[in-house]
Ligand binder design. Structure first.
Ligand code: NDP
Length: 328
């Protein structure tokens, strides 16, 4: 029997946590033959709710779930962690300035980075879901100098999946007919879902669409503002789809991407495609043997260049803001 993989989930009592934990425990995060041990990190007021979720997890009698620990202490939560899903964050509330938001999140992601640095397993992989995800990931990473920088990633897979679904609908094809879709930049309204390098049954997706007005005025805004549309319709943030995307992100990072395709992940830039080194920005990536690499050699048209640059500029601003606040 295999040793269980330690999976830590922060904000475990939240909406996304509730949608995420059952799928982790049933084998969807790492695979149907990989036992997991769950560590749930919550703020003290939410520990009781996390205990309730843990009771439900027990009641599922998942064969792969070898144990659950609940804590409000980051050091305990990340001790020996192999996969860290940083979901809990301070969301922007009405009237909150951006500086306040970044500062509040600095107070969460700095100690978590330090705790990961102190106790994580050598093979630790970190996915940040809590917003502003890219910059929160940067904060955690900067406080974990002993962990290889590339282990800190942020989630743009939900944007990726939303784009796949919108495009499939437009063309009347299956999502499996679409390959090589990319989300570039920040997980925010400036993100750029790219159809010029995507393929639909072998044809360039933008050409298959052949409707620049739809691409610019419907597709891109629909994908970028999908979160707000869901809040409007549901009366609550997307949760199950965000959890599903987190599962996809980690599963592919561990198990690899399909031949002839790639996925979108926000990862520390190595300077590829003119994205300043060190920024945690979304790229097209493939994964082999558990290690991702940025797809190289893609030609970037002028329209796409401007969109990528705009989103990257926003990431630079966020980085400079957290620097000015002394958070990194
Ligand atoms: P959710 O579980 O709905 O969301 C958690 C985070 O995920 C938010 O920052 C949210 O950002 C973000 N997110 C990223 N992508 C998406 C998406 N596509 N759709 C929705 N959310 C997305 O929040 P809850 O308020 O239900 O739960 C948060 C939990 O975190 C609470 O239980 C709280 O106690 C806990 N928490 C734990 C901390 C810790 O463990 N140290 C620290 C802070 C909070 P956005 O709001 O911008 O959408």
């Amino acid at each position: 029997t295999r040793t269980p993989v330690n999976v830590t989930v922060t904000g475990a009592a939240g909406q996304i946590g509730y949608a995420l934990l059952f799928r982790i425990a049933s084998g969807h995060l790492l695979g149907p033959d990989v036992p997991v041990r769950l560590r749930l990190l919550e703020i003290p007021q939410a520990v009781k709710a996390a205990e309730g979720t843990a009771m439900e997890l027990d009641d599922c009698a998942f064969p792969l779930l070898s144990g659950i620990d609940i804590t409000d202490d980051a050091k305990t939560a990340f001790d020996g962690v192999n996969v860290a899903l940083l979901v809990g964050a301070r969301p922007r509330t009405k009237g909150m300035e951006r500086g306040d938001l970044l500062e509040a999140n600095g107070g969460i992601f700095k100690p978590q980075g330090e705790a990961i640095n102190a106790g994580a397993a050598d093979d630790v992989r970190v996915l940040v879901v809590g917003n502003p995800a890219n910059t929160n990931a940067l904060i955690a990473q900067q406080h974990a100098p002993d962990v290889p920088a590339e282990r800190f990633t942020a989630m743009t897979r939900l944007d990726h999946n939303r784009a796949l679904s919108q495009l499939a609908k437009k063309l009347g094809v299956s999502v499996t007919d679409i390959k090589k879709l990319t989300i570039w930049g920040n997980h925010s309204a400036t993100q750029y879902p790219d159809l010029f390098r995507a393929e639909v049954n072998g044809q360039v997706a933008a050409e298959a669409v052949n409707d620049q007005a739809w691409l610019e005025n419907e597709f891109i805004p629909t994908v970028a503002k999908r979160g707000a549309a869901i809040i409007e319709a549901r009366g609550a943030s997307s949760a199950a789809s965000a959890a599903n995307a987190a599962i996809d992100h980690v599963y592919d990072w561990v198990n690899g991407t399909a031949e002839g395709d790639w996925v979108s992940m926000a990862i520390p830039s190595d300077g590829s495609y003119g994205v300043p080194e060190g920024l945690i920005s979304s790229f097209p990536v493939t994964v082999t043997d558990g290690e991702y690499s940025i797809v190289q050699g893609l030609e970037i048209d002028e329209f796409s260049r401007a969109r990528i640059d705009a989103s990257v500029a926003e990431l630079v601003e966020e980085r400079d803001a957290v620097k000015a606040l002394g958070l990194i």
